[in-house]
Write a protein that binds this ligand. Structure first.
Ligand SMILES: C[S@@+](CC[C@H](N)C(=O)[O-])C[C@H]1O[C@@H](n2cnc3c(N)ncnc32)[C@H](O)[C@@H]1O
Length: 314
């Protein structure tokens, strides 16, 4: 397939894609300045940059970067996506369990986001276009079909058991307008004995398909590609080292590329899917169902029977 797909695993080579590279440089301009490296993000390949840029790239490709667009973030914390989008669309609604004191509060979803979102961002953004709400992903308090795009990065895997995550996915689907795009990034299990633990799941392809695609009228923008290069796999970051970096509180990581992680038997990376919702709705199918299929008239059935008999005699 020409160009970079929209539904794939995080790959080292992706950081060299001109469009993705420019998006990363733009969104993370303050990291670029901080590190002072002219080729940024080369040498700083980090899967969070990739997730955010993949989401924004798919929003651009599927018509959501418009002045009148309404965009929803689910489990959004204070990720870069929120702030960058305030300069491109009419309204960004960031939702998360901001008021809940939990393991995420300190690093990702502190209550201050509700009152002072600017404290988490040192790049340009438009405060007039941002609304921050405390809201569970399992119960999105919005009308059906009220957003042109929805994003959720590194979050759905933390929403609980598989069934709870599926509930959140169905709610994301519900609030998305026909023709809208959802940019979802989550954990993809490359090795490991099972799906993980409630609150920390890592999906393989069948699990991901069951979670995101079964029975929902949205389609992967490009075919899901779950291949990964030996190069990306060759130097996984150990989870304990990543945690030590976070505890040390330094900006950036002590090891790059920061793409594939290993913790015991588990090896994983990020997967991104851009899902485009059909303009036809399931409600329309249900409305028509009583009329379908039309019952053949007895005369028509007789003609069909005769034609079939003639065919069999040949
Ligand atoms: C790893 S953080 C990612 C935050 C943000 N998306 C980012 O990329 O920086 C996971 C987020 O999921 C949120 N979360 C967990 N369960 C949730 C739920 N039921 N509803 C909404 N958000 C939830 C946490 O509060 C946390 O902010």
């Amino acid at each position: 397939m020409p160009g970079l797909g929209h539904c794939k695993l995080c790959e080292l080579e992706d950081f060299g894609d001109p469009e993705l590279r420019e998006l990363i440089r733009d969104v993370y301009a303050s990291d670029r300045e901080h590190f002072g490296e002219p080729d940024f993000p080369r040498g700083r390949e980090y899967r969070k940059y990739w997730e955010v840029a993949m989401t924004l790239r798919s929003f651009g490709a599927y018509g959501a970067l418009r002045d009148d667009a309404e965009v929803l973030g689910v489990g959004a914390g204070h990720e870069a996506t929120i702030y960058w989008l305030t300069q491109k669309v009419n309204r960004v609604v960031a939702t998360d369990l901001y008021r809940t004191e939990d393991e995420w509060s300190e690093l990702d979803s502190g209550a201050e986001m509700l009152t002072d979102p600017g404290r988490y961002w040192d790049g340009p953004w438009n405060p007039d276009r941002l609304e921050v709400l405390h809201m569970s992903a399992l119960e999105l308090e919005f009308e059906d079909e009220s957003f042109d795009a929805v994003f959720s990065s590194s979050s759905i895997e933390h929403f609980g058991e598989f069934a709870e995550i599926r509930r959140a996915v169905e709610d994301i689907y519900r609030v998305l307008r026909p023709g809208g795009v959802a940019g979802l990034s989550t954990e993809f299990r490359l090795e490991g004995p099972g799906i993980g633990w409630p609150g920390l799941l890592r999906f393989d392809e069948p699990e991901l398909r069951a979670l995101l695609l079964d029975g929902l009228w949205w389609d992967p923008a490009t075919p899901l590609d779950t291949t990964i290069s030996e190069r990306a796999l060759s130097a996984p970051v150990l989870m304990q080292d990543a945690l030590a970096d976070i505890e040390a509180g330094v900006r950036g990581w002590s090891q790059y590329p920061h793409i594939v992680l290993r913790d015991g038997d588990y090896v994983w990376t990020s997967v991104h899917l851009a899902l485009v919702k059909s303009r036809q709705t399931a409600a329309e199918w249900r409305r028509r169902t009583p009329e379908l299929p039309p019952k053949p008239t007895p005369a028509w059935r007789k003609r069909l029977g005769a034609a079939r008999a003639r065919l069999l005699r040949r």
